[in-house]
Design a protein around this ligand. Structure first.
Ligand code: 3PG
Length: 399
């Protein structure tokens, strides 16, 4: 970004890819962390007099609603919040590369901002290589003589038109967020200070298998919480009642448990509920005593203590995925407890993932008590797995 600014962007178009895929309750943003994280790059570009055009996605629209007019997929709340934070108007188009987008783009002056409609509302964003290339050409044509800045770290693992293909159509640069995120995560991939402890939560073992198999040989301890712990507990022979279970992953979990018995740490107690509801009856039980039909929705206090004991002497910690259904108050204590234990740990801690970062903010924990809070969920996991992230690779290719 600094190279681009040094070259001069006054009066020049800059197309910025940001990740504004924020959690919404109806039309209210419940955590604006990803918008806040994009501000340094945006203010630098606006301050340098660029004519800024922002491309971003929200959710996963099916089949590409034309023009992004489905209100649930609209970036309106995002454009509103960004405008409020910057105290300037953000002109939101109601299409991606159509009449509204070009009219808005033509209308902006230096230091002003236009935002395209949710890019995923154009099916070519996630389409075939030919379709993506065509959309990328149209995106580039919106900003004649312009440059591309990639700053949506949360989406750099996606091979999509506004992330990858457009970087081949315009001079491309990494934004400050992408630069900082990759620098921090590289420290974890390279030679992290030990003991290196990873905490993984979230709902599906199948989503995390890549990172599990890749990290297990490298870490000192891997603590497993979230709904995915029940597949591991079932693999250990426990009856997990009505808890979420991926039966087709039990054998893989058995294999990992036998190969990495000293590294994997599983919950010893869980909070179970009579149904999946905030006002359900709840109980805290040992993992061998889960009542039939009840669902495990959080890890218990003994587990929080156990996980915490592995964090007190850790030197590096990476945490991805909540420990339970933290959006519902009765099942938030596990996630909050682990977040506090990470904050108290002397380790350099990296929080990966929208949900874990939201949980930290929801718990009111001071963000400065963590080494780095990543805006990327899937992206940070794939980075740690050692995968090539197409949105980063394309910038390196260009450089
Ligand atoms: C995310 O929320 O992790 C990013 O915005 C990417 O979204 P996606 O998983 O829908 O590609």
């Amino acid at each position: 970004l600094d190279d681009l600014i040094a070259d001069g962007v006054q009066d020049r178009f800059v197309l910025l890819r940001a990740d504004f895929n924020v959690p919404l309750d109806g039309f209210t943003i419940t955590d604006d962390g990803r918008i806040q994280a994009a501000l340094p790059t945006i203010t630098k570009l606006v301050g340098a007099g660029a004519k800024l055009v922002i491309a971003a996605h929200l959710g996963r629209p099916k089949g590409g609603e034309p023009g992004g007019r489905d209100p649930k997929m609209s970036l309106t709340p995002v454009a509103g919040r960004l405008g409020q934070l910057l105290d300037q108007r953000v002109r939101l188009a109601d299409d991606v590369v159509g009449y509204s987008a070009s009219a808005n783009t033509e209308r902006i002056d230096k230091g002003e901002i236009a935002m395209l409609a949710n890019v995923r509302c154009d099916p070519r964003e996630t389409g075939s290589p030919q379709e993506r290339e065509q959309l990328a050409s149209e995106l580039a044509a919106l900003v004649p003589g312009g440059a591309f800045v990639s700053d949506g770290f949360g989406v750099v693992h996606r091979e999509q038109a506004s992330v990858v293909d457009v970087a081949r159509k315009l001079p491309a640069y990494a934004g400050d967020l992408v630069a900082r995120e990759t620098e921090v995560l590289r420290r974890l991939v390279g030679d992290p200070a030990r003991p290196y402890v990873v905490i993984l939560g979230g709902s599906k073992v199948s989503d995390k298998l890549g990172v599990l198999s890749n990290l297990l040989p490298k870490v000192d301890k891997l603590l497993v919480g979230g709904a995915m712990c029940f597949t591991f507990l079932a693999a250990q022979g426990h009856d997990v009642g009505g808890s979420k279970l991926e039966s087709d992953q039990i054998d893989t979990c058995k294999d990992l448990l036998s190969r990495y018995a000293d590294t994997l740490v599983l919950p010893t107690d869980v909070v179970v509920a009579s149904e999946f509801a905030e006002d359900a009856q709840t109980r805290t039980v040992g993992v061998s005593d889960m009542p039939e039909g009840w669902l495990g929705l959080d890890v218990g206090p003994q587990t929080v203590e156990l996980f915490g004991s592995h964090l007190t002497d850790a030197a590096t910690v990476f945490w991805n995925g909540p420990m339970g259904v933290f959006e519902m108050a009765p099942f938030a204590a596990g996630t909050t407890g682990v977040a506090e234990a990470v904050a108290d740990s002397p380790a350099f801690s990296v929080i990966g993932g929208g949900d874990s970062a939201s949980a930290i903010r929801a718990a009111g924990l001071d963000e400065s008590r963590f080494g780095h809070i990543s805006t990327g969920g899937g992206a940070s996991l794939e980075f740690l797995e050692g995968q090539v992230l197409p949105g980063i690779a394309v910038l390196e290719e260009g450089a």
